[in-house]
Design a protein around this ligand. Sequence first.
Ligand code: GUN
Ligand code: FE
Length: 424
Amino acid sequence: MDEIFGIKGQICFSKDLEHLEIAENGIVLCSRGKSLGVFEKLPEAYAHVPVKDYKDALIIPGLIDLHVHAPQFVFRALGLDMELLEWLDVNTFPQEAKYADPAYAKEAYSLIVEDMLKGPNTRAVMFATLHGESAEVLMDLVEQSGLVAYVGKVNMDRNAPDYLCEESAEASAKATVAWLTRTKGKYQHVKPILTPRFIPSCSDQLMQKLQEIQETWDLPVQSHLSENISEIQWVHELCPDTSCYGDAYARYGMFGGRYPSIMAHCVHCPENELDMIKNNGVYIAHCPQSNTNLSSGMAPVRKFLDMGLNVGLGSDVAGGYTTSILRAMADAIGVSKLYWRTVDASAKPLCLEEVFYLGTKGGGAFFGKVGSFEKDYEFDAVVIDDSQYHKCIDLSVKQRLERAIYLSDDRHICAKYVQGRQLF
Ligand code: GUN
Ligand code: FE
């Protein structure tokens, strides 16, 4: 691992939202799992370094899925004719209940880990289910794959069917501590994340206990925020003394600040909630495919960017039907055009540079220096053979990247590196 090596090809990466950095026939060097930067020619000092030449293939940073439900992978692309709350009751909860059986979990979780391994994502922030043993199975599988993830055992002690509801706040907290204790120190590439499902599923007593666990174990947190109008109304009824949905997390210290947090969706955040997101540095996982499928709405991403919020992309499988963050980039552009056309003519649609940033460096920031080839960034790289998409047409590397975002699939991913380790 402390050997230095390089990979050569048509390199694309982001430094900021506005610009795409392109190095044609460029070389990105890796030392001890980190990038030494991108070079047009090997510097003299590195003349001896082995360089794997991917020739005309595109090389991009590994993509980051900031929000995915691993147990829902097996029923993706089914039953998307409902809105969130009905969809949870009818499709999701019965499926998640199956993960009470760790043997089932092993079979089902293997499928999403295999899928992710073959695809363009290198890192994900994942929900498991409320079952601690199965969450551990998922962590084992991710660790073996060489991918990097945060995985959360879900907490839910109210407003769920008996077959998928923890008995009490105490029982939920106890199971969480047992899961954290069992998995502590077990992994190199997988970390735990606190995961209250969403406010309707978590009693005040449970949130209180999770706050204590968060402080004791120093954990980041992931959850859902302002995804669906009926859900938001429900939170107002359940928590009448809060100023907004986000406040229902913030009053238990689970809305950024000291402990990093990811909130998925943020489709319908009022102004005061967006201000809290900004002030606390909360990460927004923008999930355009899921927001479309579950008719949740169109998130005001231009506004997020204008406000300087932390934003990444999420597949939200199985609200979304594909794990690929290339697909999320294309969907983010498409939805932003509809938003501009139908909601706010001043909200300029997202462009290629912006969605590429969101799917790489934007989401990667949650993991540290991740999602770019700039010096000292962790070396996560994906090589895409897009040769079938530039036949009979002359394209720049930027145009080829654009086409690869829309057209490529797992068959075109020909090599993958995570933290300097070559997975294939
Ligand atoms: N809110 C609470 N649970 C879920 C879930 O499983 N998926 C989505 N999209 N939203 C949720
Ligand atoms: Fe979700």
